[in-house]
Design a protein around this ligand. Structure first.
Ligand SMILES: Cc1cc2nc3c(=O)[nH]c(=O)nc-3n(C[C@H](O)[C@H](O)[C@H](O)COP(=O)(O)O)c2cc1C
Length: 131
């Protein structure tokens, strides 16, 4: 099995961006992630993003570089990054969950490392995921 890596980060929609940009991001990301072997889930609460993704280390590193340069969001914080034995998202090149409750992602952003990852994974079961 080739090695895998996973990353969980949070960020904020840039103040000059409309929430409509999220649809564009997701459509484009689905095609691109399929090419790059990236799977994952993006959660958006109208203000904050939380994105968990996985893939081969070079593809994951390249995506993180592109994300860090993307001005459609700000205040990107990597909450967790580490090696992974098997994919957590078999089905989604990019799942999207839009949530109404701001507290979920705000709480998550206050955590770090494996505590943040565990919290996100526990939240996942409550999200209504479209993919
Ligand atoms: C919150 C957020 C999530 C994103 N997720 C992805 C992603 O999963 N895959 C991806 O390729 N690009 C994603 N992007 C876009 C990248 O930052 C970047 O614009 C894009 O990868 C550039 O690729 P392109 O030149 O093929 O459009 C995301 C952007 C934002 C703001």
């Amino acid at each position: 099995m080739p090695p895998l890596q996973e990353v969980l980060y949070s960020s904020l929609l840039a103040p000059d961006q409309s929430t409509r940009v999220v649809g564009q991001i997701v459509t484009r990301a689905r095609a691109r992630n399929q090419q790059e072997g990236i799977t994952g889930l993006l959660v958006f609460d109208g203000l904050r993003f939380c994105h968990h993704f996985e893939g081969a280390p070079p593809a994951v590193g390249a995506l993180l570089d592109r994300l860090q340069a993307d001005r459609r969001h700000v205040d990107l914080r990597v909450l967790y990054a580490g090696p992974l034995a098997t994919r957590r998202y078999q089905r989604f090149e990019m799942g999207l969950a839009e949530v109404d409750d701001h507290e979920d992602l705000a709480d998550l952003q206050a955590l770090e490392g494996s505590a943040a990852l565990a919290h996100f994974i526990a939240l996942r079961s409550r999200f209504d995921i479209s993919g």
